[in-house]
Ligand binder design. Structure first.
Ligand code: SF4
Length: 86
C-alpha cells in the first residue's frame, strides 16, 4: 500500500514540478520507464473498457509503478532510488 501512495504522490509532485526533479532523478525515472517498456513481463488488460498496462510479475500498474521510489523491480531489472536522489 505504501508503494501505491508513494507512486501517486511522487507522480503528482514530479509532473507538476512541485519539487523540481533533479537531472539525476529524471535519469532514474527514464531508465525505469525504458526498461519496463522493453520488458517481456509488461502486460495489458481491459478494465472498465479502458486499456491499462501492468507488470506481470508484481501486478503494479504501469507507468505509476516507476514513481514509487522505494520500489524495486521484482526480477531485479532496476533498484530502489537512493534517498539522496529523491
Ligand atoms: S517492474 Fe520489472 S518485471 Fe515489471 S515490467 Fe518493469 S522491468 Fe519488467
Amino acid at each position: 500500500m505504501r508503494d501505491v501512495t508513494d507512486s501517486i504522490l511522487n507522480r503528482i509532485t514530479y509532473y507538476l514540478e512541485i519539487k523540481k526533479p533533479t537531472p539525476e532523478l529524471q535519469c532514474y525515472i527514464k531508465d525505469r520507464l525504458d526498461t519496463c517498456l522493453g520488458c517481456e513481463h509488461l502486460g495489458e488488460k481491459l478494465f472498465l473498457s479502458k486499456s491499462i498496462n501492468f507488470c506481470g510479475k508484481c501486478k503494479c500498474i504501469f507507468p505509476a509503478l516507476i514513481f514509487s521510489y522505494k520500489k524495486k523491480c521484482p526480477i531485479d531489472k532496476w533498484d530502489a532510488i537512493p534517498d539522496d536522489v529523491t
